[in-house]
Design a binder for this molecule. Structure first.
Ligand code: GLA
Length: 366
C-alpha cells in the first residue's frame, strides 16, 4: 500500500519536473561532480526509479558514482538459501557502466533485521544454526556477490554498523555476533578480498560524530588494519541534521579518521531539516508542521556549506562523497524517525531543481 501511494506521487512529480519553466532554471551544463572533480567523487544512492526519466537525467548530469540503495543488501539479493535475485543489482550496475559511473557496493554483512533474512541463522530444524554453518553461509554469500561484480564494483561496504550505540558496549550484540563472536568481521573482509583483490573494502557506520562511537569505530578499523586484514577505508554515513554536527565536532571527526591513514568515504550524506533524533518514535502534534520554511532552508544551507568546507579541507583523505538519495521527492527520512513526516534533506527539491544549498556547495568548490 505504501509502495503504491509512493508510485502515484512519483509519477505526478516527474510530470511536474518537466515543465518548461523548471527546465530553464537548470540550464547550466556542469554538475556537482564537475565542480568537485579535483577533490573527490560525488555519488548518490540509486534504486530502480533512478534508471529512467527525470531521475536518470539528473543523476547522470550531477553525479559520477552510485551506491545501490537497497538492492545489493543480503535480504533483497539473497532472500532464500542458494537463490539469488540479481535483477535490480544487474540493472543498476549496467546503467552505471553505460553512463561511466563508479559503483560502490552496499553492503555484505549487516545486523538490520528487516534487510537480513532469517534463514541465515537457522538450521534445517529451525533451531539456531551453528557458528560453522553461519560462517560458511556468509562466505558463500560474499564470494558469490563480490565475484559477480568483480571489476565492476570498485568499492564495497563490507561490514555495516557492527558497533554498538550503547556507551559501555563495544560490538552490537547482533545474531552474527551472538553466534560467531567477533571473527565474522575480519573474515568478511578476507572473503571479499579473495573474491575481488582489486576492490577497495570499507567499514561503514553512523553517528561517527559522537566522540564515544567515533573512538569505537576508530578502534575497530585500526585493529583490523594492524591485524593485516584487507581494509582500505572507513565509510562515514553522515546522516546529519540542521543542528549537528558543529564545525568543531566534524573537524575533529575527520581529523581522527584521517589519522588512520586509510581512505575516507562519506557514504550516506543527508541533512534533515528537523533537529536530530536517533530513534524512531510516534508522531506528535507538533510534527504536523512540515513546511520547508525559509528558516529551515537557511539552517540547512549553512550546514551543507560547512560540511563541504571541511570535506575540502580533508580532501587528501576523502575520495568520495555520496548523498543518500537524489532529491527531496523521496528520502528514507520521510519515514524516519517519524512515519510520514516529510523531510527535505537533499540538494535538489521535489521537482529536481537545485536548492539554494546546492549553489552554496558549488561556491565552496570554486
Ligand atoms: C543505514 C544503511 C543504509 C540505509 C539507511 C536508511 O544507514 O546503511 O543502507 O538503510 O540506514 O535508509
Amino acid at each position: 500500500m505504501v509502495k503504491k501511494l509512493f508510485t502515484v506521487g512519483y509519477i505526478a512529480l516527474i510530470a511536474g519536473a518537466c515543465t518548461p519553466s523548471n527546465k530553464a532554471q537548470t540550464s547550466t551544463s556542469k554538475g556537482l561532480k564537475d565542480y568537485y572533480s579535483k577533490y573527490f567523487d560525488i555519488g548518490v544512492a540509486a534504486n530502480m526509479h533512478s534508471l529512467r526519466g527525470a531521475d536518470s537525467a539528473l543523476l547522470v548530469k550531477e553525479f559520477n558514482s552510485i551506491t545501490p540503495e537497497n538492492d545489493l543488501k543480503i535480504g533483497p539479493v539473497h532472500p532464500t538459501e542458494g537463490q539469488y535475485n540479481w535483477r535490480a543489482g544487474d540493472a543498476l550496475v549496467g546503467f552505471a557502466q553505460r553512463n561511466n559511473l563508479k559503483i560502490r557496493g552496499h553492503n555484505l554483512v549487516w545486523h538490520y533485521a528487516s534487510q537480513t533474512p532469517t534463514w541465515i541463522f537457522k538450521d534445517k530444524e529451525g533451531k539456531q544454526a551453528s557458528k560453522e554453518l553461519v560462517l560458511q553461509r556468509l562466505k558463500d554469500h560474499i564470494t558469490t556477490v563480490v565475484s559477480r561484480y568483480k571489476g565492476k564494483i570498485y568499492a564495497w561496504d563490507v561490514a555495516n554498523e557492527v558497533i554498538s550505540d550503547k556507551r559501555d558496549e563495544y560490538l552490537r550484540p547482533s545474531d552474527w555476533y551472538k553466534i560467531c563472536g567477533d571473527e565474522y568481521i575480519a573474515k568478511a573482509f578476507q572473503w571479499a578480498h579473495e573474491a575481488d583483490p582489486d576492490a577497495l573494502l570499507f567499514y561503514n557506520d553512523y553517528n561517527e560524530i559522537s566522540p564515544v562511537k567515533r573512538e569505537k569505530i576508530y578502534k575497530l578499523v585500526k585493529g583490523l588494519k594492524e591485524a593485516g586484514v584487507p581494509i582500505h577505508g572507513v565509510g562515514l554515513q553522515a546522516h546529519w541534521a540542521i543542528n549537528e554536527p558543529s564545525r568543531g565536532q566534524l573537524d575533529s571527526t575527520l581529523k581522527r579518521f584521517a589519522d588512520l591513514g586509510l581512505k575516507i568515504h562519506i557514504t550516506e550524506l543527508d541533512i534533515s531539516v528537523y533537529p536530530k533524533e536517533h530513534d524512531a518514535r510516534e508522531r506528535k502534534a507538533e510534527d504536523t508542521n512540515t513546511a520547508f520554511t525559509a528558516e529551515k532552508e537557511q539552517l540547512q544551507l549553512e550546514k551543507y556549506k560547512m560540511c563541504f568546507e571541511l570535506f575540502k579541507k580533508y580532501k587528501n583523505a576523502i575520495t568520495s562523497v555520496t548523498f543518500w538519495n537524489l532529491s527531496d521527492k523521496y528520502s528514507w527520512l520521510d519515514n524516519f524517525p517519524v512515519q510520514k513526516r516529510k523531510d527535505y534533506p537533499l540538494l535538489f527539491d521535489q521537482n529536481f531543481q537545485p536548492k539554494k544549498a546546492y549553489w552554496e556547495v558549488v561556491k565552496v568548490a570554486k
